[in-house]
Design a protein around this ligand. Structure first.
Ligand SMILES: Cc1cc2nc3c(=O)[nH]c(=O)nc-3n(C[C@H](O)[C@H](O)[C@H](O)COP(=O)(O)OP(=O)(O)OC[C@H]3O[C@@H](n4cnc5c(N)ncnc54)[C@H](O)[C@@H]3O)c2cc1C
Length: 301
């Protein structure tokens, strides 16, 4: 029986695990990889590394520690978590069953893909996720935002404050009638292509063109130095969906102590409903979840 199992080896999970090791808990991190989304980095011909807040110094430090401490990690997907008599039973993909008094879920989110020609070739080479992280790099540049929901709307609004032009593809209806939607519709440097879809991404080393199709089938090519895929994120929360409270986007609901509605079950990082998908936020939330789990465990140690 472990004191604590942490699911996920991204910024939130790594931080939570290292904090638990420092507190001398009997902790196991179970993850598909080490580093999570910090393994993706946007490359652009004009980017200088200092311009982006990546938070890698702390993540790489914790990652190295987990690489060294083999006993504290297990590399395999978690399929399901059940409530058990004295805590939780964690079921892994290979059929393993691991028991723990407390669990921290730090399993992040999945990005939706465009599934068009050119996507694989140019991903993170001009074709990007996370305008939240990279929009300020596109001063006076032509950009495209693809997405159907609030994330695309927000991303287009941020890009519109700096970019030469933003083409917004995929939004429609209610989202466009919001305050931000109306502001974008009135912006001179924004073109909203309602109901359009992307058919191909093209480039030369880096993505620089997006082929789109209108609802009546007309094809068009848009020049863009940056294309942002901002389709809503899919939280990796399925493993606890049967007994933990999720919000309307399937994110795990947590309070300011990183507690879920289930005693002993905590969550941190992008998989939760806490604000802002950023590395340093996930690191902070991971630290908080671990300290909170420690306080929960104190009477049981
Ligand atoms: C392309 C891209 C670029 C970004 N650039 C920046 C940036 O420059 N600066 C910045 O601050 N933020 C950036 N972000 C956002 C940032 O990466 C995330 O907010 C952060 O990584 C979230 O950390 P996390 O630990 O919550 O989740 P993740 O980093 O997503 O980690 C989740 C972990 O859980 C594991 N996992 C998932 N499902 C399971 C399962 N079933 N079983 C076991 N393990 C599982 C994964 O393997 C992974 O290790 C970027 C995001 C993207 C997509």
């Amino acid at each position: 029986m472990y004191d604590l199992i942490v699911v996920g080896g991204g910024p939130a999970g790594l931080t939570a695990t290292v904090y638990a090791i420092r507190k001398r808990l009997n902790v196991l991190m179970i993850s598909k990889d080490l580093g999570g989304k910090t393994n993706y980095r946007l490359a652009l011909p004009w980017i200088e590394d200092y311009q982006v807040i990546r938070g890698l110094e702390i993540v790489n430090k914790f990652r190295s520690e987990l690489e060294y401490l083999k006993f504290a990690r297990h590399m395999e997907p978690v399929e399901r978590i059940d409530q058990a008599e004295n805590g939780f039973m964690v079921h892994t993909h290979g059929g393993g069953e691991l028991q723990s008094k407390a669990v921290i879920i730090a399993s992040g989110t999945k990005q939706q893909r465009l599934l068009v020609p050119g996507e694989k070739q140019f991903i993170m080479r001009g074709l990007c996720y996370s305008a939240l992280s990279y929009a300020p790099l596109f001063i006076d540049r032509k950009t495209v935002v693809v997405g159907e929901g609030d994330l695309a709307l927000r991303s287009a609004a941020e890009l519109a404050t700096v970019a030469k032009h933003v083409h917004l593809i995929g939004l429609s209806g209610d989202t466009l009638s919001s305050v931000l939607g109306k502001k974008l519709a009135d912006s001179e440097n924004v073109t909203i292509l309602e109901g359009y879809s992307v058919t191909e991404v093209k480039g030369n080393g880096f993505a620089n063109q997006v082929n789109v199709q209108s609802p009546d089938g007309t094809a068009e090519t848009i020049e863009a130095e940056g294309t942002f895929i901002e389709m809503n994120l899919i939280p990796n929360s399925q493993m606890v969906k049967d007994f933990v409270e999720l919000d309307d986007q399937d994110r795990i609901k947590v309070d300011c102590y990183a507690r879920t509605n289930v005693p002993g079950l905590f969550a941190a990082g992008d998989v939760t409903d806490s604000y802002a998908e950023q590395v340093l936020v996930a690191v902070g939330e991971g630290a908080k979840a671990s300290l909170s789990a420690y306080d929960y465990l104190l009477p049981l140690l």
